[in-house]
Design a binder for this molecule. Sequence first.
Ligand SMILES: Nc1ncnc2c1ncn2[C@@H]1O[C@H](COP(=O)(O)OP(=O)(O)OP(=O)(O)O)[C@@H](O)[C@H]1O
Ligand SMILES: [Mg+2]
Length: 254
Amino acid sequence: MTTHDEQPVLKVEHLYKSFDERPVLVDVSLALHKGENLVILGRSGMGKSVLIKCIIGLIEPDEGTIYILGKNTTHLDHKALNEVRQKIGFSFQGSALYDSMTVRENLTFSLKRNLNIHDPQQLDAMVRDALRDVGLEHAIDQMPSELSGGMRKRIGIARCLILKPEIMLYDEPTAGLDPVTSSEINQLILEVKQKYHTSSIIITHDITCAKTTADRIIYMQDGRVYLEGTFEALDRKDDPQLETFFNYFKIQHQ
Ligand SMILES: Nc1ncnc2c1ncn2[C@@H]1O[C@H](COP(=O)(O)OP(=O)(O)OP(=O)(O)O)[C@@H](O)[C@H]1O
Ligand SMILES: [Mg+2]
């Protein structure tokens, strides 16, 4: 059992966000502890991506406070926000690779822009290391269009890892992938935690992904934190809202 004596690496307090007066996030509070994989589970349209975009500063919340690595980042200016963002890897719901660049160029682009590294040998070594960690060194000179969905997801994750993030945010890491590829991505998320000692938020509506990767799960419903606990604890709750998810898991694993 993990103890949480230390300050959380990420904390969200009383977050509200509406679009055209339609509330999407309603008083969301949560904490991510060091070394933890926190899964945010919820059905489509429940505000999971909006939440993660608020955390990374792509969407400004209407109310509430966000602390990242001890710093209040809610209303930081662009430059200060970029400094904090460097410590966070964001694996997008789509993998968000640059289609006109090779895999190598996609990864070196981040290194040049974020870490100001330009030495070709150093770039090559860092790109190869990151690709090896996601099992795709052989794809270094391929174009994103030549890759499968699962491979693109891995490259998106490698592009985060190359910057040695302290926090990883995964938005729907298994969306659109077949069960075998999904389970490989779930394993990769566990390996990343082991090797890079990251603390991660994993946003998903995939119950198998939640079960495999989570130390703890937050179930979001109607823009609120509806339930929180381990997979087993939530399964035991016998809650009608969660039942659909858990039944689906049981059918898949019969
Ligand atoms: N920039 C935006 N402008 C207006 N409405 C938005 C914006 N971003 C999200 N929304 C709305 O907020 C709601 C929540 O969207 P969000 O993308 O967070 O859902 P989600 O839980 O991530 O769903 P999914 O599981 O399908 O990814 C949706 O109704 C969406 O239309
Ligand atoms: Mg989403």
